[in-house]
Design a protein around this ligand. Sequence first.
Ligand SMILES: CC(=O)N[C@@H](CCC[C@H](N)C(=O)O)C(=O)O
Length: 376
Amino acid sequence: MRINAKPFVEIRRELHKIPEPGFAEFKTQRFLLDYLATLPQERIKIKTWRTGILVKIKGSNPSKRLGYRADMDGLPISEETSYEFRSTHPGFMHACGHDMHMAIGLGVLTYFAHNQVKDDLIFIFQPAEEGPGGAQPLLASEEFQEWRPDAIFALHIAPEYPVGTVALKPGILFANTSELFIDLIGKGGHAAFPHTANDMVIAAAHLATQLQSIVSRNIDPLDSAVITIGKIEGGTKQNIIAEKARLEGTIRTLSMESMQKIKSRIEALVRGTEAGFECNATIDYGSNYCQVYNNEDLTREFMNWVQEHNTVTLIECKTAMTGEDFGYFLSEIPGFLFWLGVNTPYGLHHAKIEPNEEAIEVAIQVLTQYLTWKTS
Ligand SMILES: CC(=O)N[C@@H](CCC[C@H](N)C(=O)O)C(=O)O
């Protein structure tokens, strides 16, 4: 079977123009619904959930239901690609490939809307993967529970792998994550009179450095963990001592024990900052995602299938410290997530990332062939 992927490359480009934040994917949802309306409707049922969409395709003699999940949201990044089809939403960009994930989902769905297989298929277009997390509330929704699949699959673009490859492993593929927001409130003042103020820029700088000691000094070196502070905000002007500062970051661990340990060390260091800099601090852990744990049996079966069918090259990869709320689906439903090679020099979340669009056809081929095999 050969799929004409050209329309889905065009679809990816249209989606690329309209990146939206989590739970505000209104134009994206409208675009997807309009496309779905063009498909033969005999065997298709469509439901919306908040800004997400669920599509069921009826099988000829179903004994199970298989699911594919695509995430929908963009990131607060000002795009710097060379594309003609750049983001039309200033300050927002599809820099994590969700435009590719959706276009691939539509390609696979379109194939099965025209070619009935034995089992039911469900396609889930999920909002808010980058935050605050759409998977958990979607899983709990009546809309999802009514069509709950018996197995579920997803992919994520991988800039570092060549087009024509898929990479995965059984067991833990992505880390547990927790966002981290720390607000410091001290006493502002004139730049010339530091002894009358409590400078929150200096407090934030010390704290950011101290936080880096947690992974190196408190976590078993054989148990990976990451603390990244991606943003520091503080102060109002160059000659005013800052009254407030805010640190924003993310914590990544491979075990929940390490996550707890890191949080308790963050709390201790923040209490130390309060004492040392005579300020008040609050900590907010934002949204937390559980690890992506690929079902061992289904993953091995898929890896064997890839090797036998030779549609793509298989890479057995290492665990990555990325996060994905698809982990919540996998905590309840067997399945797996794989990396899809898109061969581009800039990484995920980079303003210049330009995934190779040839990977769209590769992914549609792999998923249609695998799902057809899985339902036969
Ligand atoms: C694949 C990917 O890049 N996922 C994101 C998930 C974000 C989780 C959460 N908002 C956080 O920042 O902790 C990632 O950054 O890994």
